[in-house]
Design a protein around this ligand. Sequence first.
Ligand SMILES: [Zn+2]
Length: 89
Amino acid sequence: MRKLMIKCVSHKKVYLNLDIAEEALIGARTRFDYGNQSGPVGVYQCEDCGYYHLTSQGAMSNNLAGYLSSNKFKLEKEAQQWLDKLKRK
Ligand SMILES: [Zn+2]
């Protein structure tokens, strides 16, 4: 089976819809420590490919801001830190 690969002139990773992009955004914030001043903060629809990309420019999306201040995020983050520790052994 051929994997569907959509390429964009921006060379950014393409997400097929807004939900998938928001999920990827939240997943990235969970997996990596960006701190407050860096990392992706939102998603946008691209004028070139018509699909969605993550962006580190502009205001943080409401979805992401809500998630980052939620308990779920803290728990996911702790779980991820444990996984990282286990991997390092
Ligand atoms: Zn694009």
